[in-house]
Design a binder for this molecule. Sequence first.
Ligand SMILES: NC(=O)c1ccc[n+]([C@@H]2O[C@H](COP(=O)([O-])OP(=O)(O)OC[C@H]3O[C@@H](n4cnc5c(N)ncnc54)[C@H](O)[C@@H]3O)[C@@H](O)[C@H]2O)c1
Length: 374
Amino acid sequence: MCCILLCHMKGPSMKNLQVSVTEKPQSYPLYMGRGLFPLLAQHLSEKPLASRYAVITDSTVDALWAPQLLAALAERGLTAQKFVMPAGETYKTRETKQTLENQMLGAGLGRDTAVLALGGGVVGDVSGFVAATYMRGVPVIQIPTTTLAMADSSVGGKTGVDTPYGKNLIGAFHQPVAVYMDMDTLQTLDEKNYRAGLAEVAKHGLIQDITIVSRIEENLDLILRREPQVLEELLALSCQVKSRVVAEDDQERGLRQILNYGHTMGHAVEMLSHFDMIHGECVAVGMVYAAKLALRLGLCDRAWADRQRNVLEMLGLPVRIPEFMAPQEVIHLMKMDKKARDGQIRFVLSLEPGRVQYGVPVADEEIISCMKER
Ligand SMILES: NC(=O)c1ccc[n+]([C@@H]2O[C@H](COP(=O)([O-])OP(=O)(O)OC[C@H]3O[C@@H](n4cnc5c(N)ncnc54)[C@H](O)[C@@H]3O)[C@@H](O)[C@H]2O)c1
C-alpha cells in the first residue's frame, strides 16, 4: 500500500524516507541528519518551490536556529523573509494565524510563496495551516526542532489551531512538500520538552513496532544524552510507523485513530493540569492508564501492561494521574473529546506488541476504578 524508502544519502548520518499517501497521488521525502540547512537551501535552489520563502518560527527558536537557516538560504541567493510568532501553546490560535497572514500580506508575498516552518509542533501546526489557506494554499516545508515535532507532528499533514472550545478544532489537512529533521537542533531543547517528545516515539513502538521499544530499553543512556546517530535511527523507525499509518488513512477515517493511543485520557489530563504538564507527558500518563484498562478488561496480559509502563518510566515520563485530579473531572473532559460519541468514551487499547484495537467503548466505572488504583 504505502511506500517508504529509507536510504542513506551523503554519508552515514543522513536518511531520506519517502512518505506516500495512497488515496492522493502524493508522497514527500523526509530527510534526517545533521547540519541539514545547507542541503535544504541547495534543494530549493536546484528545484525552486516558489520565488519567495516565508520562514515562520517562534520567539525561542528564532534566536537559536533562524539565523543559520536564513544564512543558508541567502548563500544560495534565495529570497526569504522571517515571521516570528510568540512561543508556546497559548499562541496556537486563530489570532496568531491572522497576525502572520497580515504580516505576509503586508510584505507583499503573493501566490508564488512557500512557507518554511521552523520550530516545534506549535509552529508546524500554525504555519501548516497558514500555508493551507494563504492565497488558497501554498506549499509548506516542515523543519521540526523538537522531539515531538520530529516523531509526530511534522509528518502526516494535520495542521490547525486551538480554540477556547478545545485543542486543534480548526484546521486543515495540508501535507508538506518535504520534511527536514536536523538532529543538531535537538541539542538546545530543554529536558522537559525533549523527554515529552520521546513519549510519542515510544507510542509508535507500543502500537506497531516493538523494535522501537527494545531500542529504547537497550540504548537508554545514549538517547538521554541525545546521541545524534542513535536518535536518528530511533526517529526513523518512529516516522516509518507514522507514515505507514497515515499512508493508509490520511484523513483519519479509521486506522489513523491508533495514533491517538494514550490521547483520550491524555488530553483530559493536559487540560486539567492547565497545560503545566505538556502534551507528551500527558500522553505517557494516558498510555499507562490505557494499558491498565486493557489489563482490567482482560485484553492484554500483565507483562505487556508492565512493559509499557516501564519504558515510559525509564524515559523519565510521568506515569500517574496527579492526585489533585478528580476521576469524575477526567471523565467529564474525556466525554467532551472529539472522539467520544453519544457520551460514550472510546479508547485505543494495545492488546499485545504491535496489535491495537481502536474505538473500544469503555464504561465510566471501569475507567474510574483504574484511576482509583493509582
Ligand atoms: N499535527 C499533528 O499531527 C500533531 C501531532 C502531535 C502534536 N501536535 C501538536 O504539537 C504541539 C506540541 O509541539 P511541541 O511539543 O513541539 O511544542 P512547541 O512547539 O510549543 O515547542 C516546545 C517549546 O520548545 C521550544 N523549542 C522548539 N524547538 C526548540 C529547540 N530546538 N531548542 C530550544 N527550544 C525549542 C519552543 O519555542 C517551545 O517553547 C501541540 O500543539 C500539539 O497539538 C500536532
